[in-house]
Ligand binder design. Structure first.
Ligand code: NI
Length: 163
């Protein structure tokens, strides 16, 4: 399964609520976790594989694999952190993004069980990044315009060179 990359309009669409957490959804979650392992990513969201539903998975070192279905961000800390981010959909491009240091999120797991999670640091960052994907937002949207234009130009150059 290929990851959809920058330029595809799918990445700009809003993902839809999952009505029922059935075997298909569970299988998709497992597939997404496999993609993370294969591509050495820390998170991937439905739209990135063309599955326009509100689901993302996160796997960071030292933490268990996590599946978030129909997530709601309940709280974000006033305190923010600037840290370098990348995205499987924008390979080779990295930039600093300012995000909340800590969050509280509510979601359902792949077993259909609801949970609430307090997260901070890298986990909070990855969750916010993946949540953005469900809204059609990419990390580059958080980068100042001038810098963003340069990065997109760089991406397009390397992307075209590779084709
Ligand atoms: Ni991403």
């Amino acid at each position: 399964m290929q990851i959809i990359t920058l330029g595809d309009e799918v990445l700009r669409k809003k993902a839809q609520k999952i009505d029922k957490i059935d075997d298909d959804v569970k299988a998709t979650a497992i597939k997404m976790l496999e993609i993370l392992k294969r591509d050495k990513g820390v998170g991937v969201a439905g739209p990135q594989i063309g599955f326009m539903k509100r689901i993302f998975v996160v796997s960071i070192e030292g933490d268990s694999e996590r599946v978030f279905i129909n997530p709601s961000i309940l709280e974000t800390s006033m305190e923010t952190v600037k840290y370098e981010e990348g995205c499987l959909s924008i390979p080779g491009i990295y930039a600093n993004v300012i995000r909340a240091q800590a969050i509280k999120i509510q979601a359902w797991n792949e077993k259909g069980r609801p949970f609430t999670l307090q997260a901070d640091g890298l986990l909070a960052r990855v969750i916010l990044h993946e949540y953005d994907h469900l809204e059609g937002v990419l990390f580059l949207d958080h980068v100042p315009e001038k810098k963003r234009d340069k990065l997109i130009e760089k991406y397009e150059k390397t992307h075209k060179a590779a084709v």
